[in-house]
Ligand binder design. Structure first.
Ligand SMILES: [Zn+2]
Length: 321
């Protein structure tokens, strides 16, 4: 059912696809800045210092406030989109997507996103006595946010004329561990996608999730390839041309029910997911365990992802991507 539904959307998107005339060809070429992986690493640590960012907790709200305030300090327009997350336990938990915009009237626009909440349990941990303790979420949560915020600072210091939107999704990781219940995940992105303007059509939409661990492998995630194969192959080719072919690998890694599914299904935007998976389609051994802490983070991985995102952004500005 899910795949069939996606294929219908694919046909729709292809049918509607029109490339707007380029408005960037007459502009001066802008150099692609360097990504600051030390800053990204600091931003991972800063999130871990708050403690687990589980929805409905004070540490979560502290982190949300920090993301919003920091993005404002970088010159971005920030909106907090509050909603009630109806989770699988039957509870209603207050949650908030943080939406940040740069050059809000400009076209074309790029959409970049990551989730900032962290998992409330450690269902995969070898020590099941700690099952009910929330995980640190260094890679699963903090790494994507850290890369986005570092990009936000660099873009503000190296101005562009295109528009960029960043969404820090909430309530991605409060899904049901016990059964096949995909709708219990990615709740915040469903709320965002159902409420975004129907006229909002970013040129590219890219989700970052688990983009900071040692020896990460980013393959072709199945749903991303179903809706945006051209974008995915273009990003991977760019990454490989930049020398990051050890991270961005031409391999199919199966599908993930991540925030991009919400954006595809509810907003009709063909978003791709850059996510660390093994060739067998599994996540890293640290996933949803207490080992997802700063020790599994490698700033070289964030450098690869961040530098590729800067190349996408500035080459879009330059009319070259
Ligand atoms: Zn997770």
């Amino acid at each position: 059912m899910r795949i069939t539904f996606l294929l219908i959307i694919v046909s729709f998107l292809w049918a509607c696809k029109t490339d707007p005339p380029s408005t960037t060809t007459s502009k001066a070429l802008v150099k692609v800045p360097r990504f600051d992986s030390n800053l990204a690493l600091e931003k991972v640590q800063r999130q871990l210092d708050f403690g687990p960012r589980v929805i409905g907790t004070a540490t979560h709200d502290d982190c949300k406030d920090w993301i919003a305030a920091t993005m404002k300090s970088y010159g971005w327009i920030v909106e907090e989109q509050d909603f009630s997350a109806e989770v699988y336990t039957g509870e209603s938990i207050p949650a908030t997507n943080v939406i940040a915009k740069l050059n809000p009237e400009a076209q074309p626009r790029l959409l970049l996103a990551a989730h900032y909440d962290t998992r409330h349990i450690a269902e995969k941990d070898a020590d099941q006595s700690r099952y009910n303790e929330p995980i640190p979420g260094a890679d699963d949560g903090a790494s994507g946010v850290a890369v986005l915020m570092t990009l936000a600072k660099i873009i503000s210091e190296n101005p562009i004329e295109i528009g960029v939107d960043m969404v820090f999704f909430d309530a991605e990781d409060y899904g049901n561990p016990n059964e096949d219940d995909p709708e219990s995940w990615a709740i915040g992105s469903v709320h965002w996608a159902k409420n975004v303007s129907k006229s909002y059509k970013p040129k590219y939409a890219i989700l970052l999730d688990m983009v900071g661990s040692k020896n990460a492998r980013f393959g072709y995630e199945q749903y991303s390839m179903a809706v945006a194969p051209d974008l995915m192959k273009k990003v991977w080719k760019l990454a490989q041309d930049m020398g990051y072919g050890n991270y961005f690998i031409n391999e199919n890694t199966g599908g993930v029910h991540d925030d991009h599914i919400s954006v595809i299904n509810h907003a009709g935007i063909p978003m791709i997911d850059i996510i660390n998976k093994t060739p067998q389609g599994t996540f890293g051994a640290y996933h949803h365990t207490h080992q997802d802490d700063i020790n599994i983070i490698d700033k070289r991985t964030m450098k690869a992802v961040g530098q590729v995102m800067l190349a996408v952004i500035y080459n879009t500005q330059n009319g070259r991507f």
